[in-house]
Design a protein around this ligand. Structure first.
Ligand code: UT7
Length: 443
């Protein structure tokens, strides 16, 4: 097991301190008495120590949508609370580029180099490709050469699922630093002629760095749930093994989001409240003790019907920013978390809940005893320059590895074997892929 250490930015608990540390092996009455020199387990905790978000520059307002579909600003505002959303209008902006920008900010806040990350969990419903995993492309761009990386598919609940994975890895002693990212370019799978969905969604990414610490607190409990019987209420039908992409699937628009809005709405109001109750119970917090709720930003009426009305948590403790971003799916909670911190809504010692729901159907909540200082640290120029240099080095390393692979591809490995083509055919075939990789490296 890796050494447990105190992460410097995490402060000691105050009077409203934390849950009891986990039992050590020697305290466990079920452990065999004669167990030979069992390792002395130290209590480990998983704290969020860095956070960042990034959204594309292009904004589409409700008035802009009035020009595209039969809708109006008043309907969208009153039925959803949304006024505008950011959209990745530039084809070079992808789920990876948004995620990398958010992740770099999170690493900067934590002041941790990418080389220290043990695991990258990327939650997304709009991955760069079916495979490889978007997380691996992020790993490459960050130069996180010691990290494992995988994508997680739990739609809008995915970010909290990712936090649960991070916490599990850290408490098990398998990781010291886990980067959890939610990133979406939903504008690429939205049907811009469908007024029931195109008004809802936006693009963006949020990332947090979760670190192991012996300071009590951090992510204290998680609640994950699913109900696949409702899978068809929010779905992209084509592009998977059930309906592979074909001329027919594209011409019938099956590669776009299809949603039964009312069914999702009913489900959401139910599970948001029950998941919050369960996670608070598990963490040993009461609803009165909660200082901040960061809910999935889908629809203001869902938040009102669940968190405010059912749980009776006052509005000033519930952070909402969906008016400016719309529903960014799995990115919505980390983006809202970053903005809540910027707005001074989060302080060390606060009890915080993240709660979300989404396609699957899925839901997820986590309860956090927040200990990390949130004041903006001034970045000295030397650290900033060094950080930039490491990203430049990561791009160079990636280019070098690709070149080595290309050389192996072109050179005949067996001198007896007939000469292979000079690589030109392959070059032509791979040109679009290489262009994508080049533009990603350049950002
Ligand atoms: O992350 C999870 C993602 N999904 C969600 O969170 C979706 C959850 N569901 C919702 O947020 C809501 O159900 C919607 C916002 C999608 C729809 O709101 P609603 O209050 O359930 O509206 P509705 O579907 O009952 O539609 C009411 C009326 C209908 O007209 P009629 O049949 O009453 O004449 C719709 O055709 O509003 C019409 N309508 C619209 N009118 C103007 C539906 N969409 C629009 C629109 N602009 N964009």
């Amino acid at each position: 097991m890796a050494e447990v250490k105190q992460i410097p930015p995490v402060s000691e608990p105050g009077s409203n301190g934390a849950a009891a540390p986990r039992k050590s092996v020697s305290q466990d009455e079920n452990a065999p008495h004669s167990a030979p020199s069992a390792p002395a387990y130290q209590a480990r905790f998983a704290h969020i120590v860095g956070w960042g978000y990034h959204v594309p520059a292009k904004v589409i307002t409700n008035h802009d949508l009035e020009q595209i579909v039969d809708t109006n600003d008043e309907w969208i505002r009153t039925r959803t609370g949304i006024a505008e959303r950011h959209v990745a209008a530039d084809p070079k902006e992808t789920s990876v580029t948004l995620a990398v920008a958010a992740a770099r900010k999170a690493l900067e806040v934590a002041d941790v180099p990418a080389s220290k990350i043990d695991l990258i969990v990327c939650s997304t419903t709009t991955p760069e490709y079916s495979f490889p995993a978007t997380a691996c492309l992020i790993q490459n761009a960050l130069g996180a050469h010691n990290a494992g990386a995988f994508d997680l598919s739990a739609a809008c609940s995915g970010f909290v699922y990712g936090l649960a994975m991070a916490r599990g890895q850290i408490l098990a002693g398998d990781a010291e630093y886990v980067l959890v990212i939610g990133t979406e370019t939903l504008s690429r799978i939205v049907d811009w002629t469908d007024r029931e969905t195109c008004i809802l969604f936006g693009d963006g990414a949020g990332a947090v760095l979760v670190a192991a610490s012996d300071v009590p607190g951090g992510i204290m409990a998680v609640e994950l749930g699913s109900d696949g019987s409702g899978g068809d209420t929010l779905i992209v039908p084509a592009g998977g093994s059930a309906m592979p992409t074909s001329l027919e699937s594209v011409s019938s628009g099956m590669h776009y989001i299809k949603m039964d809005g009312k069914a999702v709405f009913r489900f959401a109001t139910r599970v948001m409240a029950s998941a919050t109750r369960k996670v608070l119970d598990r963490a040993g917090f009461t609803t009165d003790e909660v200082d901040l709720v960061v809910p999935h930003q889908a629809n203001i009426r869902i938040i009102q019907n669940s968190v405010l009305n059912q749980l009776k948590i006052p509005a000033d403790k519930v952070f909402v920013n969906l008016e400016r971003y719309g529903n960014t799916s799995t990115a919505s909670i980390p983006i809202a978390l970053c903005e809540a911190i910027e707005a001074g809504k989060l302080k060390p010692g606060y009890k915080v809940v993240f709660v979300g729901f989404g396609a699957g159907l899925t839901w997820a909540a986590c309860a956090i005893d927040w200990r990390t200082p949130v004041e903006k640290q001034s970045t000295d120029w030397w650290r900033a320059t060094r950080r930039q240099a490491t990203y430049g080095a990561a791009a160079a390393r990636s280019m070098w590895k690709r070149t080595v692979r290309w050389v192996y591809d072109v050179l005949p490995t067996d001198p007896e074997a007939p000469a292979r083509d000079d690589g030109k055919d392959k070059e032509t075939r791979d040109a679009p892929l290489k262009e994508t990789a080049r533009s990603r490296d350049a950002t």
